[in-house]
Design a protein around this ligand. Structure first.
Ligand code: SF4
Length: 276
């Protein structure tokens, strides 16, 4: 779950991931272009909703994630899987770019338990240039998702010279705080040119930029900001006691330590933000 990344939703559990080729964005900056930009690939086998749910259950997963590409483009298929998953007690997750119509969102919301939306910038010009898309529909989706009560987390990739401007990051953190709420977790992640689609000439994100974005989030009043190993644990937003410890292993999994008990902080007894 932590690799999605979702830090406040069913921590430490396993989720079964699936997706289809194609996307409604054309992100020059991302690593999954081989799946998202290659169109239909007949060598990829079709998995029936029944097989996906069965595989999730047989491998001890507690949820199913629609991911790798934008779930909106396979919304009907996702809906079939989600409805079946719900009948068996599995939870449903989307990893999304937020570019979906209000009708699509309204249709999937009753079946969706958690979503991580990539909010890449607050500049429409960035969305046009790097993603081949627009900013406003993403912001509208985020407001609707938060209104629906679904569990929401946000991820921002900081790309030097493209989405690293402190003033833009202040606007982005301010949007999360004011329009969505200071309790929405914000994940700040670095850019790696060597695995990007078309931005090999852009330098990798320096650690200082990540730290700077973290401080911007703090100043905006966000309670839960995650940025690499230095900022991966969850602390109580009332008394700062540690609620969850996370350690990434070299094998890509996480060691999770829970300190919240009975849904509360062990020290001040404020409600824990974790959704189990
Ligand atoms: S939104 Fe995600 S899947 Fe689609 S092109 Fe961008 S990075 Fe790839």
């Amino acid at each position: 779950m932590e690799k999605k990344p979702l830090y406040h939703f069913m921590p430490g559990t396993m989720t079964w991931s699936f997706g289809t080729p194609g996307c409604n964005f054309k992100c020059a900056n991302r690593q999954n272009w081989a799946i998202s930009q290659m169109g239909q690939d007949k060598s990829i086998p079709l998995a029936t909703p029944e097989a996906i749910v069965r595989n999730a259950m047989n491998t001890g997963c507690s949820s199913i994630s629609c991911t790798y590409t934008e779930p909106t483009i396979f919304a009907e298929y996702a809906l079939d899987v989600m409805q079946l998953a719900r009948q068996t007690g599995l939870r449903n997750i989307w990893i999304s770019n937020g570019y979906l119509s209000p009708l699509c969102l309204k249709t999937v919301t009753p079946w969706l338990d958690a979503i991580n939306v990539g909010l890449q910038s607050m500049d429409d010009a960035f969305y046009r240039r790097v993603c081949g898309a627009r900013l406003d529909p993403v912001l509208d989706s985020l407001r609707l998702i938060q209104e629906s009560g679904m569990h929401l987390e946000i991820t921002t990739l900081v790309i030097p010279g493209h989405s690293s401007d402190p003033a833009m990051l202040e606007r982005l953190a301010g949007f999360i705080a004011h329009d969505l709420g200071t309790g929405v977790p914000w994940h700040i992640i670095p850019f790696y040119p060597e695995i990007s689609w078309k931005m090999q000439d852009t330098p990798p994100t320096p650690a200082e930029s990540i730290e700077q974005a973290f401080e911007i989030g703090r100043k905006a009043g966000l309670s839960f900001i995650y940025a690499g190993n230095a900022h991966s644990d969850t602390f109580c937003d009332q008394c700062s006691a540690r609620l969850v410890g996370r350690k990434a292993s070299p094998f890509g999994d996480y060691r999770i330590e829970r300190f919240d008990t009975g849904g509360r902080c062990p020290v001040c007894h404020a409600p824990s933000p974790m959704r189990d």
